[in-house]
Design a protein around this ligand. Structure first.
Ligand SMILES: Cc1cc2nc3c(=O)[nH]c(=O)nc-3n(C[C@H](O)[C@H](O)[C@H](O)COP(=O)(O)O)c2cc1C
Ligand code: SF4
Ligand code: SF4
Length: 372
């Protein structure tokens, strides 16, 4: 068991709806939460809570192939919900995971009759939360109402970025009594072609699948920031977290906890320990001693209007080393920058102050401030 009390840096302990979490990282619903074993491993690696694979009235049968890699940190999948019966979740998976000390979130989908039939048994089996998932915004609201009538544990509504108005739906869910919002589910439909076989890589009925991992992070981050700006005290940001920097982005836009799945598939579920270690250190370096101090700090800094100005550059290889990688020069579309190491020059006539050179610098040797 990874001991979070031994971590150097900021204190990662936090809470969601008053339930204590050992870290803000939550194993989202997916293949790693197929059964108690995967969820317990995530808990032991430092996850603050674990979400079951989505439980439905009948077990899923998945097509072959149903998961494939996209780039280095993303996936496309057409995996359905849990491939074991609801009774197995009530009698084995949830109780075993609880007995191992994990905070368990029971994911229930995707229709009103299923919420009516399943949520109370999830609570009786020991779940600490219910997370409701549906295919459409219209279904989620009645599912939420039915769930709130049946259970006393907190209810999370999971939103999809594929819906026309996930931010509006979050607002409605909170008004009706959702205790927390999680956002978002994987994005799609999307497509990958297997070029050796000249056919879609996934064998769903149309060949399409749903995108998760690094590629979807900016989409989810924007939706999370809007939900937080509309007022949401218990927000779980999900989508494309691959490292400590990504996690801190979510915390800064108002998420109290961070759902993670794809990177834990690609790197192994023990990757939760690395996420915890790196996040504790990075938060400390940024001047935050605990999770509550960082949640939402970026929200007041969202601009109210477009900014037109100039960039003034600082190139300080003595302060942060320049490794002479040349990236800042290569990415300039306007050929404004030259580096004859250690002499860096910018042609201010050509420079459009786009900021890309600064954002690609791996060491922080090149920085900029906005002037005028
Ligand atoms: C293979 C796979 C299966 C998934 N199955 C479910 C599921 O059953 N229920 C659910 O709510 N989300 C499911 N998800 C979505 C994840 O919980 C999560 O919202 C999404 O993958 C974005 O997070 P990530 O980028 O960290 O993977 C699945 C994701 C993947 C990759
Ligand atoms: S800010 Fe943009 S235009 Fe100016 S040097 Fe950097 S990359 Fe080139
Ligand atoms: S990108 Fe950064 S490290 Fe690389 S050459 Fe430019 S200033 Fe140096």
């Amino acid at each position: 068991m990874f001991d979070l009390r031994q971590l150097k840096g900021a204190d990662l302990a936090t809470e969601l709806c008053g339930v204590k979490l050992q870290s803000p990282f939550i194993l989202s619903s997916g293949p790693l939460s197929y059964a108690a074993e995967g969820m317990i491993r995530a808990h032991q690696a430092g996850a603050g809570a674990v979400v079951t694979k989505t439980i439905r009235l009948s077990a899923a049968i998945n097509p072959v192939y149903h998961i494939s890699r996209v780039n280095n940190d993303s996936l496309i999948n057409c995996e359905k919900w849990a491939d074991s019966e609801a009774e197995v979740w009530f009698n084995r998976e949830i109780p075993l995971t609880k007995a191992a000390g994990a905070v368990v979130i029971a994911s229930v989908g995707h229709t009103l009759p299923e919420a009516e039939a399943l949520v109370l048994d999830c609570e009786k089996a020991g779940a600490d939360f219910i997370e409701l998932v549906s295919y459409t915004e219209d279904t989620l609201i009645p599912m939420l109402q039915a769930t709130k009538e049946r259970v006393s544990i907190p209810v999370i509504c999971k939103l999809s970025g594929n819906w026309p108005d996930p931010v509006g739906t979050a607002k409605k869910c909170l008004e009706i009594g959702a205790d927390a919002i999680s956002a978002i589910d994987s994005i799609g439909p999307t497509l990958k072609i297997d070029i050796k076989r000249a056919r879609p890589a996934l064998h769903s009925k149309d060949g399409y699948g749903w995108l998760s991992g690094g590629a979807m992070r900016p989409i989810s981050l924007r939706i999370n920031s809007e939900i937080a700006r509309n007022g949401c005290d218990n927000l779980v940001g999900i989508g494309g977290v691959t490292c400590a920097d990504d996690a801190i982005e979510y915390l800064m836009v108002g998420a109290k906890a961070i759902g993670v799945h794809s990177i834990a598939i690609l790197k192994g579920v023990e990757y939760f320990s690395k996420l915890c270690k790196d996040t504790a250190i990075l938060l400390d370096q940024l001047g935050y001693r605990k999770i509550t101090s960082v949640v939402g700090v970026a929200l007041p800094n969202f601009p109210k209007e477009e900014q037109v100005a100039k960039l003034e550059f600082d190139y300080e290889p003595d302060y942060a080393p320049c490794v002479n990688c040349g990236r800042c020069v290569e990415v300039c579309s306007y050929d404004a920058r030259t580096l004859n190491f250690p002499i860096m020059e910018v042609n201010q006539e050509l420079c459009r102050s786009c900021g890309l050179c600064v954002s690609v610098c791996p060491t922080g040797a090149l920085t900029a401030t906005v002037v005028g």
